[in-house]
Ligand binder design. Structure first.
Ligand code: MLT
Length: 241
């Protein structure tokens, strides 16, 4: 499998994603939140880039069926029901509801990827389910790390490195220098991801903003066996065969 890797949403270009499956990762926290919300039976997640777009969609939907979620600079947006803490998207609060989500980096990365093949949403929480799907489909792959404020972010790279490492366990791969580097980074730290992340700027910001529990939650591996896919503006789960 040929695997390209982009270290932030700013690197996404049509040429690099065309004819490939795409995986978008924002470990801290957007894709971890999306995975959690869908596991907890949200009917779908609608990612949008701008706060105004979120309000526009919300105002057209039935009020008690839709939830506005999102953050800017890791803080909940004024007037929204939820921020971007995966821990707040409990089954009790979101079952059967549509979530309109806008985040600083993660939802921008998803919206930037508009001409690939299938687009999957990955995090540590569902990484093996995603890897199995990618192996089964066998397409070339573009991994898009959302990054933080347009810059490289280690949390996403570790998850991308894990995906590359797991795919390489079953087949030969061709990847870029960055791909090989983050594969090695993941393999060096796989027994203790916290040790790798303690200097990561976004991890530290979450700790400072009383969101340390989120950071710890998002580093759990394979607690959910689900495959979220983005199609026609919505993220929902690939149905079991
Ligand atoms: C983002 O999409 O920028 C992040 O998920 C930010 C956050 O931690 O809420």
């Amino acid at each position: 499998m040929n695997i390209d890797i982009m270290s932030s949403f700013k690197e996404v270009s049509c040429d690099r994603i065309r004819k490939r499956n795409i995986v978008v990762i924002d470990v801290l926290r957007a894709t971890s939140t999306i995975v959690t919300a869908l596991f907890n039976k949200a009917s779908c997640v609608i990612p949008v880039e701008h706060i105004e777009d979120a309000w526009e969609i919300y105002n057209k939907e039935l009020e008690n069926e839709t939830i506005l979620g999102g953050e800017r600079d890791a803080i909940i947006i004024e007037g929204f029901h939820f921020g971007n803490s995966p821990l707040s998207y409990t089954e009790e609060k979101i079952k059967g509801k549509k979530i309109v989500l806008t985040t600083t980096n993660g939802t921008r990365a998803i919206k930037a990827c508009n001409n690939g093949k299938a687009l999957y949403i990955a995090s540590f929480l569902n990484v093996s389910a995603i890897v199995n799907q990618l192996i089964e489909e066998g397409e070339d792959l573009a991994i898009v790390c959302s990054g933080t404020k347009g810059e490289y972010s280690m949390d996403d790279s570790l998850c991308a490195g894990m995906i590359i490492s797991l795919i390489n366990e079953s087949q030969n791969i061709v990847t870029t220098d960055l791909g090989w580097t983050i594969k090695k980074l993941y393999e060096a730290y796989k027994e203790n991801l916290h040790a790798a992340l303690k200097n990561c700027s976004h991890y530290k910001r979450l700790k400072e903003n009383d969101a340390g529990d989120d950071a710890d939650y998002c580093l759990q591996i394979d607690i959910y066996d689900i495959i979220p896919v983005y199609e026609d503006g919505c993220i929902s789960l690939v149905k079991e065969k």
